[in-house]
Design a protein around this ligand. Structure first.
Ligand SMILES: NC(=O)c1ccc[n+]([C@@H]2O[C@H](COP(=O)([O-])OP(=O)(O)OC[C@H]3O[C@@H](n4cnc5c(N)ncnc54)[C@H](OP(=O)(O)O)[C@@H]3O)[C@@H](O)[C@H]2O)c1
Length: 246
């Protein structure tokens, strides 16, 4: 059975960037219903119109446990959970003036994802297993010092993905980690590299999940870097170590 077509999905951080692209590509791929969630529900207006009845807007900050638990209690038909919401402060680990940026990134990227999975795990189980998609980053496999604390938070998401996959295997939930390179959104606006369009990334991820893939490299740079990491990880580390914070 398809993990996408005819299924009910929930996307965090759906109001822009890759999250918005996920909603659009879920519509194209035949999802039955999509809960598009965002901190500011007004910012989802266009997507709801685009969905012609299939997109439902929900206010949701992934760091707010009350909101997360309410969403899980009120929406028990979810079978595909897309943990997309994330922040990048572009701070170094030592160059940052204090550890606040690092804490915020862990709070949103790691604990936000964990909050959502803990709240929705039993719903997915009741709905046949379903799937969870976690947005890590290629920076979750090798630290980019210019984004040092962000990379560390995405490494935490990678490890969380492996642990949750093991814990939810018995209920048949597919738990996929996604490791993109630079994507053309406001998050990567200051990153001086070739970027892939968010809709191409979202489409590649949904295709991968439908094929049962657990580790998804959805763009040319992530495919290339993943191959390089498998060949000579220290050489890749030396390469990224040249990208230092200002
Ligand atoms: N762009 C890239 O190059 C790239 C590469 C690898 C991985 N990723 C990952 O892909 C995901 C999407 O990134 P993007 O490029 O689309 O970034 P983006 O354009 O900056 O969008 C981030 C989204 O996350 C939402 N968000 C932030 N904190 C939130 C919170 N506490 N609760 C709920 N939503 C929250 C934002 O909502 P507001 O509008 O309210 O701020 C926004 O919708 C992130 O996890 C990111 O780390 C991105």
């Amino acid at each position: 059975m398809s993990k996408i077509k005819g299924q009910t999905a929930l996307v965090t951080g759906a109001n822009r960037g890759i999250g918005q692209a996920f909603v659009e590509e879920l519509l194209s791929a035949g999802a039955a219903k999509i809960y598009a969630t965002a901190r500011n529900v007004e910012s989802l207006k266009n997507l709801v119109e685009q969905g012609s009845g299939r997109v439902v807007a929900i206010q949701l900050d992934v760091t707010d446990l009350d909101q997360v638990d309410r969403a899980a209690k009120n929406h028990t038909d979810v079978s595909l959970l897309i943990n997309n919401a994330g922040i990048a402060t572009f701070e170094g680990l030592i160059a940052a003036k204090d550890s606040n940026a690092a804490r915020q990134e862990m709070e949103t990227n790691y604990f936000g994802t964990l909050n959502m999975i803990r709240a929705f795990a039993s719903t997915l189980g009741s709905n046949g297993g379903g799937a969870i998609i976690n947005l890590s980053s290629i920076g979750g496999h090798v630290n980019f010092p210019v984004l040092g604390s962000y990379s560390a938070s995405k490494a935490a998401v990678h490890s969380l993905t492996q642990g949750v996959r093991a814990e939810l295997a018995a209920q048949g939930t597919l738990v996929a980690g996604v490791y993109p390179g630079p994507v053309d959104t406001s998050m990567a606006a200051s990153f001086p590299m070739d970027k892939t369009a968010p809709n191409e990334v979202a489409k590649a991820v949904l295709t991968g999940v439908d094929a049962g893939e657990e580790d998804i490299y959805p763009d040319p740079m992530s495919i290339e870097m993943h191959a390089a990491l498998r060949g000579d990880p220290k050489a890749v580390e030396r390469q990224t170590s040249e990208m230092l914070p200002a």
